[in-house]
Write a protein that binds this ligand. Structure first.
Ligand code: PDD
Length: 288
């Protein structure tokens, strides 16, 4: 069951979530004019926190939203404490919008960005054991998918389409090429070679994706950062998703193509999952 957080931080103020309100003139509400991050907090630190902050800063620069993020780690600690989640695994949601101003498309002259942060209890499985299925679907989003924008209607419509078909994820196909999922990146394996779409403007360069690329390097796996044509799906041996909430999750089936049956998940996926689980354990050890 999904639940609301107990506390929400708006700008610098911590509020009970039922009383957390934002102006209808906030540009996040009017235009989806904002960016966000989703991070895991384990032990006493953010998992891959530095990488998440680099991407947060990049999203701010790309959208021209001016905010100094130096004080955000301290704010995250405060919201975790207010929610009584110190030392527990939790998910941090953080968003910044361009702020509140009379409605017009151009950037407002005087507006202070709105910052919103909350922490939710979240149990992170050591290894993602779920047996997931995905559909492919035509890309309906814009062409700045590298920005972690809050304007996610294309992602929402596609994920709902997947859900209606009993699937976990919708994989976007742009000009015949599989790019990424509605809320995750996708990898394929053929003859022990790992394939994933390059980090250009057609995908969000996932922090989990980057960690998995490092893992592949450590494991001595060849990686080709190239989008695969949807028509070559049947020639792939394995497929898996990566993402902060999805972790590293094997795909059993995409459309009508079945990668494995029963417990016979691909060996490369399994190795990467184990290495990712070790990365989390190491990060916990460092934080205590
Ligand atoms: N989604 N691609 C898209 C479109 C995403 O929304 C996400 C993350 C990813 C994976 O990025 P990362 O590994 O940094 O989480 C790729 C977040 C978690 C979400 O909105 O739920």
């Amino acid at each position: 069951m999904l639940s609301y957080p107990e506390k929400v931080m708006i700008n610098d103020e911590i509020i009970d979530s039922e009383n957390a309100k934002i102006s209808v003139f906030d540009r996040g509400f009017l235009f989806g004019d904002g960016i966000y991050e989703v991070m895991l907090h384990m032990g006493n630190q953010l998992l891959l926190g530095e990488e998440h902050f680099q991407r947060l800063n990049a999203s701010l620069i790309k959208t021209g939203i001016e905010m100094d993020t130096a004080s955000i780690p301290g704010k995250i600690d405060r919201i975790i404490e207010a929610a009584g989640l110190q030392g527990q695994e939790c998910l941090i949601y953080l968003q910044v919008t361009r702020g509140i101003a009379p409605r017009t498309h151009t950037f407002p002259v005087e507006a202070t960005p709105t910052l919103m942060i909350y922490a939710l209890p979240y149990q992170i499985p050591p290894i993602e054991e779920r047996d997931l299925q995905a559909i492919t679907t035509p890309e309906i989003r814009w062409s700045h998918c590298d920005i972690k924008t809050t304007a996610l209607q294309g992602n929402v419509l596609s994920k709902e389409q997947a859900k209606q078909q009993g699937c976990f994820e919708a994989l976007f196909v742009r000009e015949g090429i599989i790019t990424e999922g509605s809320h995750s990146n996708v990898f394929f394996v053929r003859n022990n070679v790992v394939y994933t779409h390059p980090a250009n403007n057609f995908i969000l360069n996932g922090i989990t994706r980057l960690a998995v690329l490092d893992i592949c390097h450590e494991l001595g796996l060849t990686v080709i950062e190239e989008g695969i044509p949807a028509s070559t799906l049947p020639s792939m041996d394995e497929a898996f998703l990566t993402g902060t909430t999805t972790q590293v999750a094997a795909l059993r089936k995409i459309d009508e193509h079945v990668f494995y049956k029963g417990d016979s998940k691909g060996t490369v996926t399994r190795k990467i999952q184990e290495a990712f689980s070790q990365l989390k354990t190491r990060s916990l050890e460092v934080s205590v």
